[in-house]
Design a protein around this ligand. Structure first.
Ligand code: MV4
Length: 650
């Protein structure tokens, strides 16, 4: 039996930290690897040793097999855990590990290769009695053969890339006339993505759930399943919410699904952790879709319902030990649900968002598997997933409601993120009713629409929070508010800027006005939490004061809002020469002049790089750079003041 003393984790982010956690619990020496921009990343801080791989691009670092193998050799590792993504499903890498005398924590290279070939996988499953949809999976078939077979398969059908997965190179055909064009498109996409344009055909099941089964096998002939997960809620083939067990299955269906998955694993003599994905029809039929030969992102929901540590299971199998439990010793306890928090911009088609995490506090009452901590910089080199929030409950609805609360507690500013979107989906009536379908978001496009809070309500909350700050808190700038007491009542004018909206709140002891709307207000505070009532409106959340830059960040329902408490006058701001603020999160590249220098209108003053683009800020009027508030190399968040600039006296 092999022994693992030193484990190298060939990954980054939350999964590297997850594996390090179990490695340390088991008393192993853990070795992190990192690219240049990850030199101070959390996974590096937490491992016993850390080895540099190379420059930031993944192909030069986390995908660089030679560099990973050299790091393993130099650190004395006896095993490599690949995590997910990167080299985790690379058969050549698994082979190279074996050749170097290292244990690859994963299945045999042949299993990876077989399941990577979707046609071969489908054939093997069909031959082994695992249900598959009607289809045609003869490899290397030419266009004419495919077209003839398409009639036999029947419409609607899907054309899928043999080398595919994750929806790339996949095309639906609803009408026979569309077939030729769809085939050409699928082949083209597959050739570009995988360098392989072979395709297979399959009857299209348009309305179905994605239900997958966690399987495990050891080297002693034991194969078990750890029940199923429903991962139907996806956006562009990116999973967003996962849960276990899959809701609404009968005991018979759950049993049959588990048996089919175990059969699939046995059919390929599988070893280690794997996931068998099925399409689950509204009639309760299920069909093999693909098998993932790695630990998955969503494994924590299975851990929470079974009480097992799947990384520990993987390491047991890798050492040649038997599976920790037999099938009859495994049970489902309650329900678990996970949401994936991504650094992406819901206001801009969910494009990845990067930059420093200026403020971050994770919710405390759910499991958080995070890749980042406060102060870290989210780069655009890697997957934009920031963290997974995972809740357990006695039943599905309890887990769901705990996640909603967790998103309410989330305080994250810096990059844009999808927290509010996740909360909307969790609260959607169809989702709450477990009416699941892979097209849930297509059917409910309003969920993708950002629904920012009313700026007037946010402004009243901000004004009330400021007014509620005790006046005896030293040099508290809030006491500088413009206050006077006509007729013995305290009336305060609070000029604010809520994101892009300049607003003035007129606040007195019991009424608040914004523009022409006046209503009574009450505010309850508890630590940083607040609950505001303004007429029939209500806003609950928490607030973070930043005294130095006179900003208030309000976190509401997974979304954050920046409120400037002493905003510059609009006349100064609009194109004002004095407004050198970062237009987006990025890194300072160059300061073009020295502090104290006079500059002409149009002169370049400072350049920052964001999303791989450079942005130069120029003086719009002649003036003097009194000081730079940042230097080259600094990371800055959107809206940060960069330059102290004085416009020339007229
Ligand atoms: C399907 C299907 C319907 N019928 N196959 C999506 C990615 C790849 N894993 C296979 N996929 C699908 N295969 C047949 N015969 C629908 C999908 C599919 C899907 C599956 C799971 C979760 C989300 C999805 C979104 C679109 C399409």
């Amino acid at each position: 039996m092999a022994r693992i003393d030193t484990l190298l984790i060939a990954n980054r982010g939350e999964i590297a930290r997850r594996i390090i956690r179990t490695g340390r619990q088991l008393g192993l020496t853990t070795v992190a690897v990192y690219s240049d921009i990850d030199a101070d990343a959390p996974h590096v801080r937490e491992a016993d040793l850390a080895m540099r791989l190379g420059p930031a691009p993944a192909r030069d670092s986390y995908l660089n097999m030679e560099a990973v193998l050299a790091a393993a050799r130099d650190s004395g590792a006896d095993a490599i855990h690949p995590g997910y993504g990167f080299l985790s499903e690379n058969a050549a890498f698994a082979e190279a590990c074996a050749d170097a005398g290292l244990i690859f924590v994963g299945p045999a290279p042949d299993s990876i290769r077989l399941m990577g070939d979707k046609a071969a996988a489908r054939q093997r499953m069909a031959d082994s009695g695992v249900p598959v949809l009607p289809g045609f999976d003869q490899e290397d078939a030419d266009d004419a053969t495919l077209k003839a077979e398409a009639e036999r398969v029947g419409l609607p059908l899907l054309i899928k890339a043999v080398a595919g997965g994750g929806g790339k190179g996949m095309r639906a055909v609803q009408h026979a006339a569309e077939f030729d064009e769809a085939l050409a498109a699928a082949r083209r996409e597959a050739r570009n993505a995988f360098g392989d344009d072979r395709v297979l055909l399959e009857r299209y099941l348009p309305s179905a759930r994605h239900v997958e089964v966690q399987v495990f096998a050891d080297q002693h002939g034991n194969t078990v399943h750890l029940f199923e997960r429903d991962c139907s809620v996806q956006r562009r083939h990116q999973k967003i919410i996962e849960e276990a067990p899959a809701p609404g299955l009968s005991e018979q269906q759950r049993h049959d699904l588990g048996q089919a998955a175990v059969r699939a694993a046995r059919a390929i003599d599988y070893r280690g952790a794997g996931t068998v994905e099925f399409l689950f029809s509204p009639e309760g039929e299920f069909f093999f879709m693909e098998m993932n030969t790695r630990l998955q992102v969503e494994h924590p929901v299975t851990e929470l319902i079974t009480g097992e540590d799947l990384v520990a299971w993987q390491l047991a199998v890798a050492e040649g030990r038997p599976l920790p439990k037999a099938q009859q010793e495994l049970q489902v306890h309650g329900a678990a649900m996970e949401v994936r928090l991504y650094a992406e911009n819901p206001y801009q088609q969910f494009l990845p968002s990067s930059g420093p995490l200026t403020h971050l506090r994770w919710p405390s009452e759910v499991r958080v598997d995070a890749g980042v901590e406060a102060g870290d910089i989210v780069s655009d080199y890697y997957d934009p997933m920031l963290a997974k929030l995972i809740a357990h409950g006695d039943d599905r609805d309890q887990a769901r409601r705990r996640l909603v609360r967790a998103l309410d507690q989330l305080a994250l500013s810096g990059p844009h993120h999808n927290g509010a979107f996740l909360r909307r989906v969790l609260c959607d009536p169809a989702f709450a009713d477990a009416d699941l379908d892979t097209r849930l978001l297509e059917h409910r496009p309003h969920l993708l629409q950002a629904e920012p809070e009313d700026p007037a309500l946010l402004a009243v909350a901000a004004a009330a929070l400021l007014a509620g700050t005790p006046p005896d808190s030293g040099d508290d700038p809030w006491t500088a508010l413009n206050a006077w007491r006509p007729l013995g009542r305290r009336r305060t004018l609070v000029p604010l800027r809520v994101d892009e909206h300049p607003l003035t709140v007129v606040l007195d002891d019991d009424r608040a006005s914004v523009a022409d709307h006046t209503a009574p207000w009450t505010l309850h505070r508890h630590d940083d939490r607040f609950d505001l009532h303004w007429g029939e409106h209500r806003l609950s959340g928490h607030a973070l004061f930043s005294f130095d830059d006179r900003r208030l960040t309000v976190f509401v329902h997974g979304q954050n809002y920046q409120i400037e408490t002493h905003p510059a006058r609009e006349s100064e701001r609009a194109g004002g020469a004095g407004d050198f603020r970062a237009p987006m999160s990025g890194t300072i590249v160059t300061c073009h002049v020295a502090a104290g220098d006079p500059v002409d209108a149009g002169a370049a003053v400072i350049t920052l790089e964001a999303m791989k683009m450079e942005h130069t800020l120029r003086a719009s009027a002649p003036g003097t750079v009194r000081d730079f508030l940042v230097k080259a190399g600094d990371s800055v968040s959107e809206g940060t003041l960069l330059v102290d600039f004085e416009t020339e006296e007229e």
